[in-house]
Design a protein around this ligand. Structure first.
Ligand SMILES: Cc1cc2nc3c(=O)[nH]c(=O)nc-3n(C[C@H](O)[C@H](O)[C@H](O)COP(=O)(O)OP(=O)(O)OC[C@H]3O[C@@H](n4cnc5c(N)ncnc54)[C@H](O)[C@@H]3O)c2cc1C
Length: 503
């Protein structure tokens, strides 16, 4: 008989795990509290504009394809990749604009226009981080780390030392790059995992390096088309998804997870339970007994480190702004001070930000002659109690961000051409998706919370209970969450093969 699996949450982690398990013969049901699936990778639609709610930068394309490959499906039947070039356009307050092309010849032109020294430094930086990435990918990202022995074996220790993770991202960048604008361009991208480039381990310089070496892609229809693709595969493989089902408790009997309970709906039972809801939220709210939480009791969760959050402005524009590429960065003056603000409980006064304009390459996201843009600013998470996300805070953030955007020559009339405007705050991340503390990326992937030291994919205390998503190993961002789904499925299959009596 097929083994049954309940997945709590339909984020990228939950949906991709469902596809993989269904293809291996499991009977899978996904339960989602919201009316729409996708979790944080969601969509905001307001005719004629379509916005990706959060994730927009598609790195490491292979991890997206692999879910379909693993399930014996052809990804070409589900998703349509559009190549992006330049991968980034960066803007500065003095009017400087740089394009970072995926093409080496064009890239060198940009770099040499900065300086020969920085151009050489950039190439050396790419080479060093590329080598570290290969080690990290082989030895850490593709391993489960369920037991301390996995981490403490000699090859892992030697590999960890080779990644030289102990310096910060900014220290490593400034070793090779002297130009302040180029330093900011690289440092800003290492913020994508939600930790500061001035504080977080230098391994996260792999974010700009992977983008440069493997390229960035856009999915036709936006990142949400990946969610729709996973949904289609789940139904084809015989799985089910129930929305508007808020799980209130994971039912545990004799130290085994056996089902889920909801205040409004009937309890459901299965052989295995996987929580895709944010790990600290799962520990805090869905497990009721401290003995099941191990080292993640509510009081201990408060002492862990968490990533920052984000404030997003969505603008539907009446006209096109070809000056904007798909991925744009505005790197403001007082850069460090304003980046630090997101980690010290302050709102930035001169924000640096990312601007996403998918309609530059994708007409399917707009039904008029305008553009859809999202402006993303790093802000403190809700553990900092001094900021209240009321109308005044939103208005303050909106005004300082738009005034910086309008200072870019060519964008000065952007405010007059807004026909739709909306926002996302840390409170939305908490209230809609149960992101613990309203963080954007979950538990911080700093040195004390990575690999074996990050929450495991399998409960240490409760049998048949597993986890997938941003706050567990290997870490945040869609491509790492897709890896966590690959690893959790491997663990489940391994556990079942060990428990199957031989004939
Ligand atoms: C602003 C922002 C920008 C980002 N940009 C990028 C980017 O450009 N590129 C990139 O790769 N990544 C990006 N990310 C990260 C990426 O969005 C996340 O890592 C990824 O979407 C997380 O997926 P997940 O499956 O871990 O969790 P989630 O998306 O949080 O899914 C968890 C699901 O569980 C559901 N749930 C929670 N509690 C319950 C309950 N009690 N009962 C039932 N269901 C429940 C939630 O509603 C949700 O659907 C960004 C994130 C943010 C916030």
């Amino acid at each position: 008989m097929k083994k049954s699996v309940i997945i709590i949450g339909s984020g990228i982690g939950g949906l991709s795990t469902a596809v993989r398990l269904l293809s291996k013969g499991y009977d899978v049901k996904v339960y989602e509290k919201e009316t729409t699936i996708g979790g944080k990778t969601n969509q905001l639609f307001q005719h004629p504009f379509t916005f990706d709610l959060t994730a927009s930068i598609l790195m490491n394309r292979k991890t997206y394809e692999e879910v379909f490959d693993d399930a014996g499906l052809d990804y070409n039947d589900y998703i349509d990749f559009i190549l992006i070039d330049p991968i980034y356009r960066s803007f500065y307050p003095d009017g400087t604009v740089y394009d970072f092309s995926r093409d080496l010849v064009s890239l060198i032109q940009t770099l040499e226009s900065i300086s020969i020294e920085d151009s050489i430094g950039y190439m050396k930086f790419l080479a060093e981080v590329y080598e570290r990435y290969i080690i990290t990918n082989n030895h850490f990202l593709q391993q489960s780390f369920e037991s301390p022995l996995d981490f403490l074996q000699l090859s892992s220790v030697i590999s960890a030392l080779k990644t030289k993770a102990f310096s910060t991202s900014h220290q490593l960048i400034s070793k090779y790059i002297k130009n302040d604008k180029l330093q900011k361009f690289l440092s800003y991208q290492s913020l994508y995992v939600g930790i500061s480039p001035y504080d977080g381990p230098s391994i996260y310089t792999l974010v700009p390096v992977i983008s440069q070496l493997y390229g960035l892609w856009h999915l036709k229809g936006g990142m949400y088309s990946y969610v729709k693709a996973l949904e289609k595969a789940i139904y084809q493989l015989g799985g089910t998804i129930e929305t508007n089902y808020t799980v209130d408790e994971i039912i545990i009997s004799d130290n085994k997870a056996i089902g889920i309970k909801s205040k409004e709906k009937e309890a459901v039972f299965a052989d295995k339970i996987i929580s895709n809801a944010d790990f600290p939220y799962t520990m805090d709210t869905l497990l009721k007994n401290d003995s099941h939480k191990g080292k993640y009791t509510t009081s201990k969760l408060e002492n862990l480190n968490y990533t920052c959050s984000t404030f997003i402005i969505y603008l539907g524009l009446k006209k096109k702004y070809p000056l904007l590429s798909v991925h744009n960065l505005y790197l403001n003056s007082n850069f460090k001070e304003n980046i630090d603000a997101a980690f010290t409980g302050q709102l930035p006064t001169n924000p640096s930000f990312y601007v996403y304009c998918p309609t530059r390459v994708d007409d399917s996201m707009i039904a008029n002659d305008g553009d859809c843009i999202s402006i993303v600013v790093r802000v403190p998470n809700l553990f900092f109690k001094n900021i209240t996300w009321n109308k005044d805070t939103v208005q303050f953030m909106r005004n300082i961000t738009l005034s910086a955007l309008k200072s870019i020559p060519g964008l000065s009339d952007i405010e007059e051409n807004i026909s739709y405007e909306n926002y996302l705050t840390p409170e939305d991340l908490k209230n809609r998706f149960n992101s613990y503390g309203g963080t954007a990326f979950g538990l911080s992937p700093n040195l004390t919370q990575t690999n074996y030291l990050r929450p495991h994919l399998k409960s240490d205390n409760v049998k048949n209970l597993y986890f997938v998503g941003s706050s567990v190993h290997p870490g945040p961002g869609v491509s790492l969450v897709l890896l966590s789904s690959k690893l959790v499925v491997k663990e489940i299959v391994k556990d079942d093969s060990m428990n199957t009596p031989s004939t």
